[in-house]
Structure formats: C-alpha cells, structure tokens
Design a binder for this molecule. Structure first.
Ligand code: SIN
Length: 535
C-alpha cells in the first residue's frame, strides 16, 4: 500500500472541507466539486452549530431535545456520541482561530432555535455557513496535500465486486471524462432540497450523492423524511432566502395577516415548536384562510437592533421591499434538509468497503424523523472529525492510484435551449411539490411513483443520444432521488416527524427506520459506454 494513501472527497460543504483538512496530515486528497469551491448548502446556512457551551445547559438536555424532535426514530447511542463530541469540536475551531459572535463580556453569544430548551447555537451573526466556508476555502486552497478540482461533476462511483476504488467524473471545462482512483472515496455531497419547487437550498442540491450511491448498491434509509423549514421569505417570483429560526428564538412571532398569533393552538412552545409542527400548522392555516403566506412579526424590534443582530436578513428584506421593524415579514415553508440518506455509522462507514459518507448525505440515526435545528452543522463537523480518525481502517487496496483521462467531446452538440428542454428541472420541482410535498396523500404518491420510472427511462435514452452531459447527470440524480423519497413516503403508512400522510394521520406505536429498495438498473457510465463504438 502507498505510504500516503489517496483519498477522494466529493463535495465542498462543511463536512467535505473539514474532513479534507483533517485527513491531509496522513493522506493525499483530491477534493472534487461540481461548481465552485464555496458553492454548497453550508454556505447558505444562517443559524449555526448546536452545542452545549454553558454551565446551566447539559448534554442530557440537548439529547432530550434531539430525541423529541426526532419523533421516535433517533438512535440514542448515535445521538449521545455525536452531541457529546460537539463541545470539543467547537473548542478546536476556536483554537484554530474561528471567531464566532461574542457577548460584550467576551463569552460566546448562544442563540436559541426551535425545539431547543436552551440557547446553545454557536454562530457568526446570521451568516454562519458563509463564515465557515470562506475560512475553510482559504485553508484548503493553501494546502499542499489537497488538490481541488472545481467544475468537476462526478458521474458514478467506481465499484467492482462491492468495493469502491474511486469515481468517474467529468471536467465540465475541458469536457474530459476522468477516472479518479482512491483508497477511500468520501461522499460529502449534501442534500436534495433543490428537487422541490420551494426550497432554501442552492440549485446544485440535486441529490447527487444519494443517487450515485444507490446506483452503486449502497443502502439508503429514511428518505421520506424531508424537512421543510417553516420560514422562507415569501416572494411571488419563486425561491428567495431563509428567515432564520434564530429570529423566532429572539422573540419574533408567527401571525396571520390580521395580526392574530396561531402557533399556541398547535404546541406549547408556540412559534418555537419543532419545525415539522410549525410547517404543518402554516400549511393548514394557508389552506384554511386561502392565503399564499403567513407572517413573522418582528415589529417589536427596532431597526438598529435588527440591523445589528441580523444584518443579512435585514438587508435582504429591505431589498425585497419590507422593513422588518415596521412591517411583518411574509413567510412560507420550503424544503430545507434531508433527514435520511446513505446509511452510515457515526464515522461515515457505509455498506460498501472503500466508500464513506459524511454530513447531510449520511443517515446515521441522529435526526430520526425530524432534525433538531442546527444539529446539521454539528453532525457535519463531528462526522468529518470521526471519519478522519477512522480513515486508516477504511482504506482499500489499490494497484493504480493515478488518473485516467478520456476525451468525451459531446456525442451530439446541443444548445443550452435544447438542454433546458430535455431536462426541464422546473417541471420536476413542481411535480415534487404537488405530489410529494408537506402533506402527502396516498393516491398522489402512487401516481407519481409510476410516472417517475418513465422519466428516468427518458433520461437514459437522452444519455444514449447526446452523451454524458452534466445537465443529464444532474437530472438523473434529481429523478432517482425523487423516486427514493416518493417510494419511501408511499410505503410509510403513518404520520411521523416531517412525514405527514393525510390517509394515515396517526403514528404507529413502534417506529422503525425505512430502507430504500435496491437499485436494479445500470450505472450511467455503463449506459454511456454502450454508445462508444468498439474497435
Ligand atoms: C435556520 O437558521 O433557521 C436554519 C438552521 C438549520 O437549518 O439548522
């Protein structure tokens, strides 16, 4: 074995970057991302990192809040391990020079979010994700043992006899197909909120990791549990920006257009109830009152206070014509986070040797049926740290560690308009919202479950006709992720956490995690290879 093993990291959010930096002391790392290094879900995260950081809080309380939000599906051992390790990781970040928001006395300013019984969210004002990613990007770029491949779209994992030794990827600039070999491949590809019409994610959140792991034979779990964030700024023109839960933690209240509060009828924590309960309540109120949105009342705060504490949100509201110190902010729920994912242990180990997964793409049992706010950045950091410590145990043998390049000039040149026409991501986003959104019904799920395979077949035909266009790979990933969510949602005959099923409003007494059906098709790379004339 090479004395310095080669690790391939796919994805440049918090989990991928933090892992790459940690493991680079003992391995050579190639970090691949399909757009720019900073372009990740983490970059958009406002809230922060949940961690017990003050004396009158305790790990036990954090565990209890996480378990309550998870609605019977959290794994207690996993929750205990990951939450107990969080304070140490925060200490390490502080030691490494990260400056989180502090109080006048120099102590960390801890904010409170929905479902938390204490203020325990470490943050950098209301742009925590951006702050973390900007700092990590600088460190990654300067690191001699880390090679960054931007604009590089992974096509499929390279798996033989259930062992993963790298991945196929396309350099979107040179149009080359590259086989990147590695002793360990780590997926840190984030979630798939982008497959829904209303969502708080960047457009690149298309479920790439879920779909490629599924095609490679990995086990996925709990894909039906898509968390809808209750408060995205409502804009008639489509997706806008998140209104962080920390505003509600600070005292802002959800209201109807006439100024009446309604959350007290749904949960004892009112506007700070767990997200699944608030999103459902808002969806119900919107339907009952025939209104396109509800409102977040921030008018009790002065302009200076809002500008000082929430500069990003304040500035964005002003840009959208709302002064939140004088007008209530219009909000709607939007797809935000995938609680399920590729089945993994707390150090990222999957069912395929040579393949690990960390962060939102993983399903460890931490979130159960509904994630507690700000436990996601915590999970990304702790799993990345754990995985870096286990990496030497996860390595698989490899004879050839270089890269193989094949030129794949598109089979048939296609214009941007044609690509848009043959992929049409907006159509899928609308369907996902309609057929598999916040409140689900059996008939719509069943219908959609039968429509999706036809659309998947169409993309396969398009790959045969046009080649491995990055847009087609993304569309396949969107569709296959949509299928996994819809199939799992249809099969879970109960309402639990963020899975709300109109035909089955009650929760079953025994909760069990779901496992996705196995994939029985070909990998995209093989569909493409069939089209290459044999010599
Ligand atoms: C928020 O700031 O409301 C989002 C935080 C999270 O999703 O954990």
């Amino acid at each position: 074995m090479n004395p310095r093993p080669h690790i391939l990291v796919v994805g440049s959010g918090l989990a991928g970057m933090y892992y790459a930096l940690k493991v680079s002391s003992e391995a050579n790392v190639t970090l691949v991302c399909k757009n720019q290094l900073f372009d990740s879900n983490t970059f958009w995260a406002q809230g922060g990192i949940a961690s017990v950081m003050k004396e009158d809080d305790s790990i036990e309380k954090h565990i209890a809040d996480t378990i309550e939000a998870g609605d019977g599906l959290c794994d207690l051992n996993v929750v205990t391990e990951l939450l107990s390790k969080a304070p140490k990781v925060i200490e390490q970040l502080l030691h490494d020079g990260f400056n989180f928001t502090r109080n006048a006395d120099g102590t960390l300013n801890l904010s409170r979010e929905g479902g938390h019984s204490e203020a325990r969210v470490v943050h950098a004002q209301d742009r925590t994700g951006e702050y973390l990613i900007k700092n990590l990007t600088e460190k990654i770029k300067a690191h001699p043992q880390i090679t960054v491949l931007e604009n590089t779209q992974v096509v499929d994992l390279y798996v033989n006899e259930n062992i993963c030794t790298g991945a196929w990827a396309i350099n979107k600039t040179s149009n080359e197909l590259i086989l990147i070999r590695a002793n360990l491949t780590v997926l840190a590809t984030g979630g798939a909120g982008g497959i829904f019409k209303k969502n708080t994610n960047p457009a690149g959140a298309t479920g790439d990791g879920y779909a490629m792991a599924w095609r490679a034979g990995a086990l996925l779990s709990n894909m039906e549990f898509v968390q809808f964030h209750p408060t995205m700024f409502y804009s008639k023109n489509g997706n806008s920006f998140l209104i962080s839960e920390t505003l509600r933690g600070y005292g802002a209240e959800l209201k109807l257009p006439n100024g009446d509060s309604f959350m007290q009828h749904y949960h004892k924590l009112g506007s700070l109830a767990p997200r699944d309960i608030i999103s459902k309540a808002i969806a119900e109120q919107m339907q009952l009152n025939h209104i396109p949105c509800v409102y977040l009342d921030t008018t009790v705060f002065s302009e200076a206070e809002l500008q000082g504490k929430f500069p990003y949100i304040f500035g964005q509201c002003i840009k959208h014509g709302i002064n939140p110190s004088r007008q209530m902010i219009p909000v709607v729920p939007a797809a935000h986070y995938f609680c399920g994912g590729i089945l993994a242990d707390t150090s990222g180990k999957t069912s395929i040797p040579g393949l690990a997964v960390i962060g939102e793409s993983a399903c460890t049992g931490l979130h159960g049926a509904n994630r507690l706010a700000s436990n996601s950045l915590l999970e990304a950091l702790v799993m990345a740290d754990n995985c870096s410590k286990q990496t030497l145990q996860y390595l698989v043998d490899l004879e050839y560690t270089g890269e193989k390049f094949l030129n794949i000039a598109p089979v048939n040149l296609v214009s941007d308009e044609q690509i848009q026409k043959i992929t049409n991501p907006a159509e899928l986003q609308n369907m996902m919202w309609h057929f598999c959104g916040i409140i689900r019904t059996e008939s719509l799920l069943k219908l959609f479950k039968n429509i999706l395979p036809e659309q998947i077949k169409e993309v396969k035909n398009n790959i045969r006709e046009y080649g491995l266009l990055p847009a087609l790979i993304e569309q396949m990933n969107r569709l296959q992720t949509a299928f996994l969510v819809t199939d799992a949602a249809w099969k879970r005959k109960e309402s639990r956490g963020c899975h709300l099923y109109k035909n089955y409003p009650l929760k079953l007494s025994a909760g069990a995690k779901s496992i996705s059906i196995p994939y029985d098709g070909e990998q995209l790379i093989h569909i493409f290879e069939e089209t290459i004339p044999q010599k």
